[in-house]
Design a protein around this ligand. Structure first.
Ligand SMILES: [Zn+2]
Length: 107
């Protein structure tokens, strides 16, 4: 992970719960995105959820509870968030760059 690659577009200035099912991230470039927390859980890119070698998803979205939500959100260095989820999954690492990609992809 190279911190040199960080830009304003991948630097969160604020992360807040924007409702029961929504997590909002404010970015240093002025953008603000809201994420559906269950979609975020399903987008987890950790080794348990995605095959490290093939990149294929291992997580069956149907196995993720409808009411899944973050229990704890922590920064990991300056490049990622770690989210502990209510379904017991706590290995979820979300690099800021990936969050920004997800945000831009969802419009
Ligand atoms: Zn995971």
């Amino acid at each position: 992970m190279s911190e040199a690659a960080a830009t304003d577009a991948t630097t969160p200035t604020k992360i807040e719960q924007a409702g029961e099912r929504r997590l909002a991230i404010h970015w240093a470039d002025g953008a603000r995105h809201e994420f559906d927390v269950r979609a975020l859980r399903i987008a987890c890119g950790c080794a348990q959820c995605v095959d490290e070698w093939t990149g294929a998803g291992r997580l069956d979205p149907a196995s993720v509870p409808e009411d899944v939500h973050p229990i704890r959100i922590e920064g990991v260095g300056r490049y990622a968030l770690q989210i502990d989820w209510s379904d017991g999954h706590s290995a979820g690492i979300y690099p800021f760059r990936r969050l920004r990609e997800l945000a831009d992809a969802s419009g």
